[in-house]
Design a protein around this ligand. Structure first.
Ligand code: FEO
Length: 392
């Protein structure tokens, strides 16, 4: 892709990655992503904000051809999908200085072996002048690394937000055109990397609320000419109460757990509770993460295998624990053949989840009438708790 004009003397550069399907060898990217860098030409100085993933460095370097000078490379976030091409850009512009937070400097030295003398570090609220344009640096730690900052272009009121407000979408449309698509992609992104830091994200949102923002230009996905969409969404994901919803990741080997799950889902629905069901043998783990953003309850469905939970269930529980969703209630259902420590094992895997544990329902072999009654009772307990918690 060639560079694109955002406004006079402000350009999108970067790469649209149509093929990537897994980020960090972990996060599913069903719609690919983009690595957005931005070039701003001031009357006196020029800056490049962020770079691209190292695998796409050639594309960025080609876009920079014809630009004789870059005074500053602003590294908002040290993760390599944005910083990875800084060494190549520095080779092209050896006099350029890398602007980063003090914490990011250390990380960039460690991760990319950039020379210490190449850096200018900026404290929270620091500004630089490009002549006719001024940039302000706002530290926003833990979106999702500790060193991150965003950059506010004061004259045009554009916020360059790096991962914050980003979405993993590969598209040729520079700006948001399909709000539903972007909302879902941004929620997936929030769920997968920012949900664990919801408390700090809230503080970062409060900090940004004092700025007039006419456009948000993230480092993944499309730009927001109407930032209200994404700002409202982030407030909702960060501040709103969980919903009257059960997330039910499950796996079944010989259909006993599946029968329990199907009965239990129907019982929850009969009690007025919404359910999102994920068969872990086939599910997109990103969808599960998204569902955890606003669910009040998790119920894990797992058979007992090799005396413990099915590894797929253990993986889902491990992930949920890492994502720290703000759920209120948690339980387990499933079938076992002769015994095991499924409940104990899963229970020990969720130290980060401060939820009330509701008595699990485990059955031996195929579920019996008594087991179905226990599932019906579990559904009624969850519905009652959601009502007591005033969830809608
Ligand atoms: Fe898009 Fe945290 O890197």
């Amino acid at each position: 892709m060639n560079k694109r004009t955002v406004k006079e003397n402000i350009y999108w550069m970067g790469s649209v990655d149509w093929d990537i399907r897994l980020f960090d060898s972990l996060i599913p990217l069903p719609d690919g992503t983009s690595y957005n860098a931005y070039f701003i030409k001031g009357s006196e100085k020029s800056v490049l904000i962020d770079t691209v993933d190292p695998s796409k460095a050639d594309e960025l370097l080609a876009q920079l051809e014809g630009i004789s000078e870059i005074d500053y490379i602003i590294s908002q976030h040290a993760e390599q999908d944005h910083s990875g091409a800084i060494p190549q850009v520095l080779e092209m512009y050896p006099a350029a200085k890398v602007i980063s937070t003090p914490k990011a400097k250390g990380m960039l030295v460690d991760l990319l072996h950039i020379a210490e003398e190449s850096f200018v570090t900026v404290e929270d609220g620091a500004t630089i002048s490009l002549g006719d344009k001024n940039l302000k640096f706002i530290h926003v730690p833990w979106v999702h690394w500790p060193e991150t900052m965003v950059t506010y272009l004061e004259e045009d009121k554009i916020l360059f937000s790096c991962d914050f407000f980003g979405s993993h979408i590969a598209t040729t449309e520079l700006y948001v055109t399909d709000e539903g698509r972007v909302y879902e992609a941004a929620k997936r992104y929030f769920a997968e990397i920012m949900m664990p830091f919801r408390g700090i994200i809230k503080k970062n949102l409060e900090k940004l609320s004092t700025y007039e923002i006419k456009m948000i230009a993230p480092s993944h996905g499309q730009l927001y000419p109407q930032p209200k969409l994404i700002l409202d969404a982030y407030r909702d994901w960060t501040l709103a109460s969980p919903k009257n919803k059960v997330v039910l990741p499950y796996v079944s080997m010989h259909n006993s757990t599946r029968k329990m799950v199907e009965y239990f889902v129907a019982a929850l629905v009969d009690n007025g509770v919404q359910v999102e069901l994920f068969n872990l043998a086939v599910t997109d783990i990103g969808k599960l993460a998204m569902a955890l953003v606003d669910a009040a309850t998790i119920v894990v469905g797992t058979p007992t295998v090799l005396a413990g939970p099915h590894p797929y269930a253990a993986y889902a529980v491990f992930l949920a624990n890492a994502l720290r969703p703000r759920i209120n209630n948690l339980s387990i259902i499933g079938s076992y053949g002769w015994g095991g420590k499924t409940v104990e094992t899963l229970g020990a895997m969720i130290p980060n989840i401060k939820a009330e544990i509701i008595e699990p329902v485990l059955c031996k072999g195929q579920p019996s009438e008594d087991d179905f009654k226990a599932l019906k009772n579990l559904a009624a307990i969850i519905a009652r708790k959601h009502k007591e918690q005033n969830l809608i």
